[in-house]
Ligand binder design. Structure first.
Ligand code: PXG
Length: 457
């Protein structure tokens, strides 16, 4: 498998990191001591680091490399577009073919009635756009007081000021005096972690009912929208109990507020449907997208705007918002080619019919492991809960950092599996094969064994 090459450049790169590079979501003290692992190459579902280690990428980069690494067609699409028109803006009544073709292609895949695209450079910018657009929509409707956005604890919606405010990550809110006014959070539908004595179904209804309680507390005349990920990704691949979304849908139907599905992770096939909203039969007014849209080969995000919202803002005229790189032609060309690959190779159908059921059944075998309290997943998303006591869902003490111990073993054994606290999560490229799924599950099992050994010591 891997060869340890002792590349002298590794140390140089690590020194450059310490001297100049501020990495996202990193502990700078730790990074200074250990230096980052330097990733140099990738192909299919595998990465190689600068020391020659081969690693199965169980996280598809960062939930994004849907079609896998090394797709020449995407390289060609970018190069061709760069030669023809590397940049032009889409402000002030101009456009270019790739952005228009991509907008049409996405509208064709999106749920009915979702026909309009605003492009951004990232998912965070997509959610910033959403916040401004939603408030603008209500102002256009003569209801400027409908401003508050209801979001969820432990949701993730990005790292800009609006994105981090919409997200429900306490560690992010603590840094920078967030959330900004006009954003409030309700509990998440995380049964394993927070369900207590309730059954999953009871807990799902309770969590959904928190939305109605919050709307009534704030007054519906003040509430603009509810935003949620169909399945929470960064929060720990949290699959709501089956009772959750149907009850949320009832509540949304009852009150005059908008529903925003954040599809940054769930979109473009991750659940085995084109969108997480299709998987759960949701009817969003707006959907945030990014990641799988370009398989991460170039940055791009956006907001899919439903006809109801679009018609109102079109009638009004101006929307004073946009980014230099909104609808960047190279990103649009890559996005278009990525969607062509997903469609023509039947990748989403294959996930739904074949590889996701296989991944899910193989992952569930790990539920027998003494360290594992629950295995859950949908499509190409999975979570493994590490516990000290299965029956009572009791965790190891925080100081033990069981998740980080497991993550360390994974890295050493050639598997990238993320730890969110003591929840191990995976989201491999959608093109992962059965043989590669076998490898992923066997490596995960080995690392659970090694983790248990360490924790028992
Ligand atoms: N919404 C969701 C649901 C996301 O998962 C964003 C918005 C923001 O997208 P950008 O492109 O601005 O990053 C995300 C991003 C993690 C992790 O630790 C997850 C994301 C980003 C960084 C780290 O799992 N998701």
């Amino acid at each position: 498998m891997s060869k340890h090459v002792n590349n002298p450049k590794t140390a140089q790169w690590q020194a450059m990191s310490r001297a100049h590079h501020l990495a996202p979501f990193s502990d700078y003290k730790q990074l200074a001591e250990k230096g980052p692992r330097i990733i140099t190459e990738a192909k299919g579902v595998y990465l190689w680091d600068s020391e020659g280690h081969k690693i199965l990428d169980g996280m598809a980069g960062l939930w994004c490399v849907a079609v896998g690494y090394g797709r020449e067609e995407l390289v060609e699409a970018a190069a061709t577009q760069m030669r023809q028109l590397p940049f032009y803006n889409t402000f002030f009544q101009t456009a270019h073919p790739p952005v228009l073709e991509l907008a049409q292609a996405i509208a064709e895949l999106a749920p009915p009635g979702m026909n309009h695209l605003f492009f951004t450079g990232s998912g965070s910018e997509g959610n910033d756009t959403m916040l401004r657009l939603v408030r603008h929509y209500w102002a256009c409707q003569g209801q400027p007081n409908k401003k508050i956005i209801i979001a969820r604890e432990n949701g993730y919606h990005g790292s800009t000021v609006a994105g981090a405010s919409l997200g429900g990550m306490k560690g992010m809110h603590e840094q920078g005096d967030l959330p900004i006014p006009g954003i409030t959070h309700i509990p998440q539908p995380y049964w394993f972690g927070e369900g207590g004595d309730k059954s999953p179904e009871e807990f799902g209804l309770w969590a959904a009912d928190q939305l109605e309680a919050k709307i009534l507390e704030l007054g519906v005349e003040n509430v603009a929208a509810f935003i949620a990920e169909p399945i929470q990704g960064a929060g720990g691949v949290i699959i709501p109990p089956e009772s959750y979304w149907p009850r949320i849908k009832e509540i949304l139907a009852k009150y005059d507020i908008l529903f925003v599905a954040d599809e940054v992770i769930c979109g473009f096939g991750r659940t085995g449907q084109w969108f997480g909203s299709d998987y759960y039969g949701l009817k969003p007014d707006l959907m945030t997208i990014a990641k799988g849209l370009t398989s991460g080969y170039v940055p791009m995000g956006g907001l899919i705007v439903g006809d109801k919202v679009f018609d109102a803002i079109e009638a009004h005229g101006d929307f004073n918002h946009g980014f230099t790189y909104s609808g960047h032609p190279v990103a649009a060309a890559v996005g278009l080619e990525n969607l062509r690959i997903l469609k023509e190779e039947g990748i989403v159908e294959r996930v739904r019919a074949e590889t996701a059921p296989y991944l899910q059944s193989r992952l569930r075998e790990l539920a027998e492991h003494p360290l594992v309290g629950e295995v859950r997943g949908v499509g190409m998303l999975g979570a493994i809960e590490l516990v000290r006591d299965k029956a009572t869902r009791t965790r190891y003490p925080d100081e033990v950092a069981a998740g980080m111990v497991c993550r360390g073993h994974c890295f050493t054994n050639g598997l990238i599996m993320r730890a969110v606290g003591d929840t191990m999560i995976i989201a491999p490229p959608l093109v992962i094969s059965r043989a590669e799924i076998d490898e992923l599950v066997e490596k995960a099992r080995k690392c659970l064994d090694l983790t248990l050994r360490d924790l028992s010591a």
